[in-house]
Design a protein. Structure first.
Length: 228
């Protein structure tokens, strides 16, 4: 029944949603704030820029968690996704997580239609239908597998529609579709499991909020959208 409802909701989303990357051609910037237990700890910013027929989506994510004034967890990450004719053709990222370096380099093999990945957690060839697991792209709710934007690891997922509801974010009311996104493999180590709740505004296909629990409550919340 949940799978049927998910399909129904996806068909309710405007047809332009299935154009995926090109749907964001009029976007300039998406800004999200990151919260831990209700306290702002950082931000994640996506910028969109067309060069000829290539859409470049850059991401900068920075946050830091402190306990008694001592840094206990931090991430500084920079990434670049490139799309041509709605197809991801390359991705690269460099991340410093708790002073540990992580990376991803991905290229699309057009002739054989696969992605070649070299990452800090995975290297190999994968299905070109997989997507980068970043929060700007609503296609994350339509895919069965995502690629970690930090390390290149491959994560099978199950997405379920929960309900339609109204939420208020930064003083603005949105009518949204609420989804759960979880790892398909329930036997994964807890640190590697996907277990998110997402709120999608279907008219602009914007992910308004993301929440997950891991030693507290984490939230990515939309701050602003700048159009061209």
């Amino acid at each position: 029944m949940k799978k049927f409802l998910l399909l129904a909701i996806l068909f309710m989303i405007p047809e332009t949603s299935f154009s995926h990357a090109s749907h964001y051609k009029d976007f300039k910037k998406i800004e999200m704030e990151i919260f831990k237990d209700g306290k702002k700890i950082g931000e994640s910013i996506y910028e969109f820029n067309y060069v000829n027929d290539i859409l470049n989506v850059t991401n900068k994510t920075n946050f830091e968690v402190k306990l008694l004034g001592i840094k206990i967890f931090s991430i500084k990450s920079n990434g670049l996704e490139q799309y041509q004719n709605d197809k991801l053709i390359s991705y690269s990222s460099r991340t410093l997580q708790n002073d540990k370096k992580k990376f991803v380099d991905l290229k699309y093999n057009e002739q054989d239609e696969y992605y070649k990945i070299k990452g800090s957690s995975f290297s190999g060839e994968v299905n070109s239908e997989y997507i980068i697991g970043n929060w700007w792209n609503h296609k994350i709710l339509q895919s069965e597998t995502q690629i970690s934007p930090l390390s290149g690891s491959i994560k099978d997922q199950i997405v379920n529609f929960i309900k339609k509801e109204k939420i208020t974010v930064n003083g603005k009311e949105y009518v949204v579709h609420k989804f759960s996104l979880r790892s398909k493999d329930e036997n994964l180590n807890e640190n590697k499991k996907l277990d998110f709740i997402l709120w999608l505004e279907p008219k602009k296909n914007l992910i308004i909020k993301v929440r997950y629990e891991k030693m507290g409550t984490w939230e990515y919340i939309l701050k602003d959208v700048i159009m061209k």
